[in-house]
Design a protein around this ligand. Structure first.
Ligand SMILES: [Zn+2]
Length: 68
């Protein structure tokens, strides 16, 4: 027997999720993403509930062991 439905929790965890900075509605995935440099990504979020737009910046851990 096989379940046809996907696991929604696993699907959500695989994507960037953020609560709206204004109303707290959970936003599933940024509207726009761009790389600032090798270790930083800027996400632009747009809330359907309150129409608020804001940015978040994700910083990946610096590879300190690799001294350039
Ligand atoms: Zn909102």
């Amino acid at each position: 027997m096989q379940l046809r439905s996907r696991n929604p929790r696993a699907f959500i965890l695989s994507r960037p999720v953020l609560p709206c900075a204004q109303c707290g509605t959970t936003l599933f995935g940024p509207e726009w993403s761009e790389y600032i440099d090798d270790r930083r990504v800027r996400h632009l979020w747009s809330c359907d509930a309150c129409d608020y737009r804001f940015e978040s910046i994700v910083c990946f851990p610096a590879p300190e062991s690799i001294a350039a």
